[in-house]
Structures are given as C-alpha cells and as structure tokens.
Design a protein around this ligand. Structure first.
Ligand code: SAM
Length: 230
C-alpha cells in the first residue's frame, strides 16, 4: 500500500503498540453485553492501545484504572482516553500492580497468551502484529494467565467479575479449573473463530506438532472466560 501525502491528518497506526484486533473486540463486546460496566470500578490489566479501558469509561464506569509494562502503550492509552473525552488512569507497570489499587468490581484483561516456539521466530512476524511482548507468553502461553488466575481473588471485590480473553491454544480448561480452584464461578461466555493472523500463521505448524492446536486447523478459536467472585 502507498500512503498519499494528503494523509497528513490521519491517525498514526500504533505499530509499537498492539493494534486493536479480534480479541480486543470480543472482550469489549463481552464486557458491554454482560452489563457490568455502568457505575463499576474497572481495571484493564494489559491495556495496550487503551481500547478496552476507553470502551469501559465510555460505557459509564465509575472509574477505570489501566496498566501496561510498555511505556509506548501507556502514552497511547492516555492519548486515546483524552481523544475520547473520558477519564482513565493509566499506570506503567505489571498488571500485578493492580493489586495495590484493588478491589475492583470488574477486571478485564487481554493478556499475552500465544505459546512461544523453542526457536525464536519473532523476526519473521510482520511488524503490523504489534510488539512481541503483546503476544509472546512462554512455552504454553500461560506466562500471564496462570498468575492472573491465581490473583483474581485479590483483585476483585465481593461479587466482582473478571473477564479474560485468550486463544484455545493456551488451555481454556486450565483457566477454568484454576479460577474454580480459587473459589470462583467460571465459564466461557463468548467465543469466536477467526482466521490465523500473522503470529498464528508463523506458529501454526509448531503449535500442531506441540499438540496445542488440532492438526489441520485453519482457524483459531478465541474465548472469553467470565469468573465471578463469591
Ligand atoms: C494482547 S495486547 C492487548 C492490548 C489491548 N488491551 C487490546 O485488547 O487490544 C497485550 C498487552 O499487554 C502488555 N503486557 C505484556 N505483559 C504485561 C504485564 N506483565 N503486565 C502488564 N501489561 C503487560 C503488552 O505490552 C500489550 O500492550
């Protein structure tokens, strides 16, 4: 694609920041359809561009607090909130910092969840996929998911809810059982089949060999898990 010089006013595409994708939109629609946002204290744990945090603020959250380890994401999320005319407190740091600000009524997360092959293939993945720290999540894809499930009771107020989106490749059953083992009710409330994006295309063969994706798959299932604190 060629960009015409008349595009001066066009928004800059956040290639250094994870561009909102199917998982972002699936999480936003699950969040708004659950009807839990109006008046809620919301935390967006891996905010990236801030798209989910801004959607929560626009949907009537009482307050939205967002976290990301990437300084460019933090700046981008702040600018997005400003441009949307909503208030979001964006903090630079691990999602685990949210425990300092807890409890929340609603916690939303689109964490990194793609399993990483033993041989680093990051250089072969197109830049439009966003930075590797947005998707790389260790050999089983659970580098953030496991500690997040363990921390859910510390993040949520009584009766609070966590919504987390991830791929079928990062073990949906393990998310559900980890949350249930922590005394929470947990179920899949949304799912979507999507064609492989650039990261999955690069890793599909390895994922199948590793038994993390069904042989012959051409699409990936995204899911949103809802966990409710007692
Ligand atoms: C898949 S992107 C999601 C971005 C955005 N929430 C969305 O839905 O489009 C994951 C984000 O998590 C951030 N991240 C990775 N590890 C993190 C951690 N330990 N704590 C907080 N943020 C983290 C990355 O920088 C990236 O912006």
């Amino acid at each position: 694609m060629t960009t015409a010089y008349t595009d001066f006013g066009a928004p800059v595409r956040p290639v250094d920041v994870y561009p909102p994708q199917e998982d972002s939109h699936l999480l936003i629609s699950a969040m708004t359809e659950a009807g839990l946002v109006p008046g809620a204290r919301v935390a967006d744990l891996c905010t990236g561009s801030g798209v989910v945090a801004v959607a929560a603020a626009a949907a009537g959250a009482a307050e939205v607090t967002a976290f990301d380890i990437c300084p460019k994401a933090v700046n981008h999320a702040r600018e997005s909130a400003l441009a949307a005319g909503v208030e979001v407190s964006v903090h630079r740091g691990s999602w685990a910092r949210a425990i300092e600000f807890a409890p929340f009524d609603l916690v939303v997360a689109n964490p990194p969840y793609v399993p990483q092959a033993p041989v680093d293939d990051t250089g072969s993945i197109p830049i439009g996929a966003g930075p590797a720290q947005a998707w790389n999540a260790g050999a089983d894809g659970r580098l953030v998911l496991d500690p997040l499930c363990a921390a859910a009771p510390l993040l949520l107020d009584e009766g609070g809810t966590m919504l987390v989106v991830h791929s079928e490749c990062s073990d949906v059953k393990r998310t559900l059982s980890a949350l249930r083992a922590n005394g929470m009710r947990a179920e899949v409330i949304a799912q979507q089949l999507i064609p492989f994006g650039p990261v999955m295309s690069a890793r599909a063969r390895w994922l199948m060999q590793a038994g993390l994706l069904a042989p012959g798959s051409r699409v990936e299932r995204l899911i949103v898990v809802r966990a409710d604190a007692p």
